[in-house]
Design a protein around this ligand. Structure first.
Ligand code: PMP
Length: 420
């Protein structure tokens, strides 16, 4: 399949080679690289993308959840156009930031006050820094398989680039191990940082008992519970925290909330966020030239109020749940050791003979089958993440979902001997 991919994509290869001359590995965003070279995407429209060689794909990747609105949604576009007309670098508070902040505070139940950043990475760094200052402690409990941005990532073990916190790395969905770690480190913990569903780690939902133990443990030990809802905030109108009815002290957001523009946010309890109130003596500094940039504020506000309304949130997740059910039914029908995990509009394929409930279950799957799946899906006009993750956009409709299930069934039939 790799040879076929190389033969089909000469222009992407050419672009990749030119990029390699000026960027390490031709890359400025690690997640996008895969061997032999990544596709260059030339344009996107609605739920479709076209690569540099002119192949069209249905975009099931949805920019790793940031592309929720599809490509160049007319409402987002109109909001950005309007902002462009009024000048984009105003060096002042603008007419839109408090409006977007109001929407965010109204939507996400634990967010009483919020501040904006330029990325989810920054949002998590700020949230953890807030916890360190607020508690006067330095340890942070995180979980293997968790991804909180380039400087806090625990996929295959701790990255040497992880921010200089005193990290305790726990096991996701393992209550007994968590209680053991809390008993040892609890009094020194500034924060517990967790995704209520692992996103990059394979769309693995957090058990209610696990997340509940984190809530109780944080309270008991005086640490702050931080929910990284950068990906999961789309999974109910008020994020996964609302669906679970477990409220963190701080929440981080990103991705689609900025309407598809560069975005991040951290927010939560009023007493914690008030540390940043510049009217106070010794207020904490949180700076950033582009924190309130008008394009993001405009796109985000239009997206959240005019498009991704609570009823649209529910409808999208229903579509995702139906699609996942359908895909898993096909896997059973064909006796394939393949499972599609996730919640609502977020889905990941795992080639595993056991139900995928933890990152260890996911890691036990065969990576070669995942690679085969990825390239076979590209061949069938389906664009998804190399790690077999999909994030449905609002532009994906019935026809696209049927197309995906047909492509997956075709894959199951043609690769049958490999999948039993
Ligand atoms: N947290 C989670 C859960 C994420 O999935 C991501 C991005 N994939 C981030 C944080 C980092 O966000 P950004 O890429 O905007 O820095």
């Amino acid at each position: 399949v790799r040879e076929r991919f190389v033969a089909r994509n000469p222009e992407s290869l050419k672009q990749h080679e030119a990029a390699c001359a000026v960027m390490p590995g031709g890359n400025t965003r690690s997640v996008l690289f895969y061997a032999p070279f990544p596709l260059v995407i030339a344009e996107g429209r609605g739920c479709r993308v076209r690569d540099a060689d002119g192949h069209d794909y249905v975009d099931f990747l949805g920019e790793y959840t940031a592309g929720l609105f599809g490509h160049s949604h007319p409402v987002i576009r109109a909001a950005i156009d309007k902002a462009l007309d009024a000048g984009i670098n105003l060096a002042g508070h603008n007419l839109l930031e408090a409006k977007l902040a109001r929407v965010v505070c109204d939507r996400f139940p634990s967010v009483e006050l919020v501040r904006f950043t330029n990325s989810g990475t920054e949002a998590n760094l700020m949230a953890v820094a807030t916890a360190v200052v607020a508690t006067g402690r330095s340890k942070v409990l995180v979980f293997k398989g968790g991804y909180h941005g380039g400087l806090l990532s625990f996929g295959g073990g701790a990255s040497p680039l992880n921010a200089p916190y005193d990290l305790v790395i726990g096991r996701y969905n393992d209550v007994a191990e968590t209680e053991r770690l809390l008993a040892i480190h609890g009094p020194e913990l500034a924060a517990i940082l967790v995704e209520p569903m692992l996103g990059s780690g394979g769309c693995i939902a957090g058990d209610r008992s696990f997340l509940g133990a984190l809530r109780a443990g944080a309270t008991r030990h005086g640490a702050l519970l931080i929910f990284d809802e950068v990906m999961t905030s789309r999974l109910s109108p008020g994020g996964l925290q609302q669906a679970l009815d477990i409220l963190p002290d701080l929440t981080t957001l990103g991705k689609y909330v900025g309407g598809g523009m560069s975005f991040g946010a951290f927010g939560g309890r009023e007493d914690l966020m008030a540390l940043y109130d510049p009217r106070r003596p010794n207020a904490l500094q949180h700076a950033g030239t582009f924190n309130n940039n008008v394009l993001t504020m405009a796109a985000g506000h239009a997206g959240m109020t005019e498009i991704f309304t609570p009823s649209a949130v529910l409808a999208l997740n229903q579509r995702g749940d139906d699609l996942r059910t359908q895909l898993n039914r096909l896997c059973r029908k064909h006796g394939a050791a393949l499972e599609f995990t996730g919640i609502g509009s977020l889905i990941t394929a795992h080639f595993s003979a056991v139900p995928v409930l933890t990152p260890a279950d996911a890691a036990a799957g065969d990576p070669r089958l995942k690679e085969l799946f990825f390239f076979d899906m590209l061949d069938r006009g389906i664009y998804l993440a190399r790690r077999a993750m999909m994030a449905l956009s609002l532009e994906i409709g019935d026809a696209e979902c049927t197309g995906l299930t047909e492509a997956v069934e075709d894959f199951l039939l043609s690769r049958r001997p490999l999948l039993a």
